[in-house]
Design a protein around this ligand. Structure first.
Ligand SMILES: Nc1nc2c(ncn2[C@@H]2O[C@H](COP(=O)(O)OP(=O)(O)OP(=O)(O)O)[C@@H](O)[C@H]2O)c(=O)[nH]1
Ligand SMILES: [Mg+2]
Length: 309
């Protein structure tokens, strides 16, 4: 079946306004008033792109492409250049696209949420649960952040808001919580299990190993699971977000990414680098703190929202 469809274009556009200032408006400023995009302008544009978080590799590729297409004088219009940039950026975002399907032929479908401290994991679990529930699915959340004392209370608030069950255990063992959640899900025919985990840094080896233990326990119960390991990245972290994925990949294999806090940051351009360098699909984006503020990610709509006036 199809995943939920939650794209509020206005909210997306509003959320991306600072990223737009940082990227699109700077491009416009560089080329405005010019009749044609000449070599000097292309070099200026390359600099703008490089300093905008999309990464130097993508910046260079775009400029090369423009140069190649600008063989004819008549092609070098400002509008044409904008069109090229839009197409190229959309192509970058489409490099790791999913069809948005989830396979519920085997239930429960299990999603494990991972990431560094404070990236927005628990909030995203709440928002995801809400969206799945709204699509008519039976959802259960596993509170496997046994590290932080208040974590369970925070997740419980989200579970209540979303109107879904939450499983927490008194034990201090995250994998035991995952075990209990899946057992409970099997018993009552739950469609989707979402496991929240504690924030961790790659330098905390015991915590990184613990992630694998959670996966093992899930996989022992359900040989096809976990279906998804979603890594949550804080969009305001800019280039650091790419590094976080690289470090986590040494221990586990994220199948998808959620980028949070894209509202209000100027660093949203990092999404281009993450996709082009890591080739991991961005599944959802967070554009606010509210329960409705998780959107599924669509390259086309993201680009339209970013370039829209
Ligand atoms: N503006 C904005 N804030 C967000 C978004 N997602 C999460 N936050 C905020 O980020 C902060 C941290 O969110 P949490 O969900 O607690 O992060 P976490 O990854 O679970 O944190 P730990 O469990 O401590 O590692 C909270 O204040 C959230 O409200 C988002 O998309 N936009
Ligand atoms: Mg948390």
């Amino acid at each position: 079946m199809k995943l939920f469809k939650n794209i509020n274009f206005g909210k997306l556009k509003e959320g991306l306004s600072k990223t737009r200032d940082n990227l699109v408006n700077k491009i416009s400023e560089t080329i405005s008033g010019k009749a044609k995009v000449d070599e000097e302008t292309l070099e200026e544009l390359e600099e703008v792109l490089i300093t905008s978080d999309i990464g130097s590799q993508i910046a260079e590729e775009i400029i090369e492409k423009a140069r190649a297409l600008f063989k004819k004088e008549s092609d070098r219009s400002v509008d044409n250049f904008k069109k090229i940039i839009k197409e190229e950026l959309e192509a970058v975002l489409s490099q790791a696209k999913t069809n948005g399907e989830i396979d519920l032929s085997q239930k429960p479908y299990v999603i494990v949420i991972i990431g560094v401290n404070g990236s927005g994991k628990t909030t995203s679990v709440g928002k995801l649960a809400y969206n799945f529930k709204r699509s008519g699915l039976k959802v259960k959340i596993g509170s496997a952040d046994t590290f932080r004392a208040a974590a369970n209370d925070q997740l419980e608030i989200w579970a209540n808001k979303a109107g879904v069950d939450i499983i927490s255990t008194n034990t201090k063992e995250p994998s035991a919580v995952a075990f209990d959640t899946i057992k409970a899900a099997q018993k009552d025919g739950t469609d989707i299990v979402i496991i929240d985990t504690a924030g961790r840094l790659h330098t905390q080896k015991n915590l990184m190993d613990e992630l694998n233990k959670i996966h093992r326990v899930i996989n022992n119960l359900l040989p096809y699971a976990p279906n998804e390991i979603l890594m949550v990245l804080d969009g305001t972290a800019g280039q650091n977000a790419v590094r976080q994925v690289e470090e986590f990949e040494k221990y586990t294999k994220p199948t998808g990414i959620i980028i949070t806090k894209l509202d209000g940051t100027a660093k949203g351009g990092v999404i281009f680098r993450i996709i082009s360098e890591k080739k991991i699909p961005v599944k959802y984006i967070g554009v606010g703190e509210g329960i409705e503020d998780l959107q599924d990610f669509s390259p086309k709509e993201f680009i339209e929202a970013m370039f829209g006036n």
